[in-house]
Design a protein around this ligand. Structure first.
Ligand code: ATP
Length: 308
């Protein structure tokens, strides 16, 4: 029975991973197809960011005609400030990020950076001005030096080392077999989730964008790693306009504004304390997370006790 079970189980896993890759490929083709619709306006000039004020004015958007995914979204992020997006899965948080990066054009309304409607500037300059720290960072099968330098290919090795220090990964890289020349990625040294996040932070530090889009990782890291990464993130985002899709509310307690999305609409907004006082969706989410944390910490404690 064991002999039969193992290969079948292996086949199941293998099959599911192919299925997943097909879905990913489909998404990629969709994206490419979609991107062709997005073209630079005739005579579009480069986006020059002086301060980094980001404004969404009455934005509506739909992927397919039948269903509005964003409805009348209006908010602004003053230069250097942080706005957090929270809400249930499918509420439209990532869509807001994709629109700002102009993977799609808005249906009605406008997205404006420092007074420039993003439809009127070149896509190349728009994407150069915005740094993205995704949930899961893809590494190239290349050296760790190249992987960080990808943030700004004209950077010098000294710039890369400086960025690595800022992202708190320099010391770690020095322990790699060939230090900065170590091959990483699928065919080289595999990096942990936390290390990959640090690579993304280092890349973004090199790029030095005025605006940062941060998609907080949902996958749990251990508490200490989490805290260290949070410190690097905070340093990176200080003085930069930041929009963060937040999954752990504890990381956005100090956000300048929190927008709570539900079915494509902003249903609550304000600072953490204000939203807690409202006893609405946000307050409920907050209570829920406190409960969950209690559960995991007591689970950890009992695990420690049982192994002690
Ligand atoms: P999550 O927290 O799960 O990432 P989210 O709040 O970021 O969710 P979005 O990814 O912005 O949600 O999705 C908003 C809605 O748009 C969802 O109903 C989703 O099914 C739909 N949607 C997202 N991408 C596409 C697409 N490429 N084509 C059609 N519909 C899409």
């Amino acid at each position: 029975i064991v002999q039969l079970y193992v290969p079948l189980n292996w086949f199941g896993t293998y099959y599911r991973s192919i299925q997943k890759n097909f879905i990913d490929m489909e998404n990629m083709f969709d994206l490419l197809k979609e991107e062709q619709d997005i073209i630079d306006a005739p005579g579009a000039g480069p986006l020059v960011i002086k301060r980094g004020l980001v404004e969404f004015n009455n934005v509506t958007f739909n992927y397919v005609p039948e269903r509005l995914v964003l409805k009348n979204i209006t908010f602004s992020v003053p230069a250097g400030k942080t706005v957090a997006l929270v809400g249930p899965s499918g509420s439209g948080k990532s869509t807001i990020i994709r629109l700002l990066f102009r993977f799609y054009d808005v249906e009605t309304g406008s997205i404006v950076i420092d007074g420039h409607n993003i439809k009127t500037v070149t896509q190349e300059s728009l994407r150069r001005a915005i740094g993205v720290v995704p949930q899961d960072t893809v590494l190239f099968n290349n050296t760790i030096m190249y992987n960080i330098k990808y943030g700004r290919l004209t950077a010098t090795d000294a710039d890369v080392i400086e960025a690595a220090k800022g992202a708190d990964i320099h010391e770690r890289i020095l322990t790699f077999p060939n230090q900065y020349e170590t091959q990483v990625g699928e065919r080289g040294l595999r990096l942990s989730g936390g290390e990959k996040q640090r690579v993304a932070i280092a890349r973004t530090l090199l790029k030095a964008p005025a605006v940062i889009l941060l998609d907080e990782a949902t996958s749990a890291l251990d508490t200490q790693t989490e805290r260290n990464i949070q410190d690097s993130l905070n340093r990176m985002c200080a003085d930069r306009t930041t929009i963060i899709v937040a999954h752990r509310l504890s990381t956005i307690i100090h956000a300048d504004e929190i927008l709570v999305l539900k079915n494509g609409e902003i249903v609550e907004r304000g600072k953490h304390e204000h939203l807690i006082g409202q006893e609405g969706i946000y307050a409920k989410m907050w209570k829920q997370q406190l409960e969950n944390n209690k559960d995991t910490s007591s689970a950890e404690t009992s695990l420690e006790q049982s192994t002690a």
